[in-house]
Ligand binder design. Structure first.
Ligand SMILES: Cc1cc2nc3c(=O)[nH]c(=O)nc-3n(C[C@H](O)[C@H](O)[C@H](O)COP(=O)(O)O)c2cc1C
Length: 177
């Protein structure tokens, strides 16, 4: 069985994480697009509100065939301590019975002096992972690991390094098939 990474990214930070991860663990990559306009300061606040309320949104692709995959990574940004609406919508559309799942989130704030990828990282990001866990388990998925990447103030190269550290530290390739 193969591995796939499903991700949503508004400002390309999670995209950078997902691309690096795909190389490191040998996975296919599927980007999910949110059809709601999330650009500009007004939409920023609306987006935070949508996240807090867990409002659904329209995403593309509408359906993803997960049958070739045994392990599924699902990742997106932390918005106001919640998963972005595209991620909530995505999980609700996925058939996860019999699948191993690894949720991850990226977050603006790094917690000084702590490994950003550890589950002990940023509180908002931990809440996101917990919410994703609840939703994944409700869909029949088995959560085998999770991680958080702090992106605030980091260059693309530094984000890549964070991902490589997380892959090594959490031994993520052992979950592959
Ligand atoms: C609407 C909105 C709400 C956000 N809320 C938080 C937050 O509560 N805490 C935080 O540390 N970062 C927050 N961020 C920052 C993002 O989590 C962070 O920049 C993330 O890495 C962006 O990922 P992306 O480039 O894949 O969209 C927020 C960003 C947006 C757009």
């Amino acid at each position: 069985m193969k591995t796939v990474i499903l991700f949503y990214s508004r400002t390309r930070k999670t995209a950078m994480v997902a691309k690096t991860l795909a190389k490191e663990v040998g996975a296919d990559l599927v980007e999910v697009t949110d059809l709601t306009d999330r650009t500009g300061p007004l939409n920023y606040f609306k987006s935070a509100l949508d996240a807090v309320r867990e409002n659904k949104t329209n995403i593309k692709p509408e359906k993803i065939d997960l049958s070739p995959y045994g392990l599924i990574y699902i990742g997106g940004p932390t918005w106001a301590s919640k998963p972005a609406p595209a991620i909530i919508t995505l999980i609700d559309q996925c058939k996860l019975q019999g699948k191993d799942v690894i949720p991850f989130t990226t977050v603006g704030r790094n917690t000084a002096g702590q490994a950003t990828f550890a589950t002990m990282g940023n509180r908002a990001a931990r809440q996101v992972i917990n919410r994703m866990r609840e939703k994944i388990e409700a869909r029949g998925g088995r959560l085998v690991n999770s991680f958080i990447i702090g992106t605030g103030g980091l260059s693309e190269l530094e984000i890549e390094e964070e991902v490589k550290n997380a892959v090594q530290e959490l031994d993520l390739p052992i979950y592959g098939f």
